[in-house]
Write a protein that binds this ligand. Structure first.
Ligand code: GDP
Length: 140
């Protein structure tokens, strides 16, 4: 897996609880991404805080970490040339209210915090975040 060709997504607890895993994965496949790793898990609060360490100190940090540890999530590595930017376009703006029609956050998000999915915002973060969730033995 070459840097620049993959990104890391999380389907967040609210979207999982509401049965949106299937519809979200179908749109990811439909947009031409290959799923090269995937798991269903629940983060501990400590793991959630570690994943979101770049946001430590921001007003929404504690709530976000608690929310992301509140139920099961789906983590996946998505492969495609230019994956980071293409996936950010597919998911839309952070706040579902501002997201374009047809984007994952517009379709499946409830609020700025519970915005259905995470997508890496740079190739460096895609690498860091993929390593956080997956060993080399779990990538295909
Ligand atoms: P993203 O890259 O579009 O996911 O946005 P950020 O990296 O800025 O923020 C990470 C996550 O924190 C977002 O996906 C939201 O779930 C949450 N978040 C960001 N900004 C806010 C905010 O102003 N309020 C709340 N409650 N959550 C926020």
């Amino acid at each position: 897996m070459e840097k620049g060709n993959y990104t890391l997504t999380l389907i967040k607890p609210y979207a999982v609880q509401h049965g949106f895993v299937g519809p979200i994965l179908a749109r990811i496949n439909g947009a031409g991404f290959r799923i090269s790793a995937m798991k269903y898990l629940q983060l501990s609060l400590e793991q959630s805080q570690a994943f979101y360490q770049v946001h430590r100190g921001k007003p929404f940090y504690e709530r976000l970490c608690k929310f992301m540890a509140s139920g099961p999530i789906v983590a996946a590595i998505l492969e495609k040339p230019g994956a980071v930017d293409d996936y950010r376009r597919l998911i839309g703006a952070t706040d579902p209210k501002q997201a374009d029609e047809g984007t994952l956050r517009k379709l499946f998000g409830r609020s700025i915090e519970s915005n259905a999915v995470h997508g890496s915002d740079s190739d460096d973060n895609a690498e860091r975040e993929s390593n956080f969730f997956f060993s080399l033995l779990e990538r295909f």
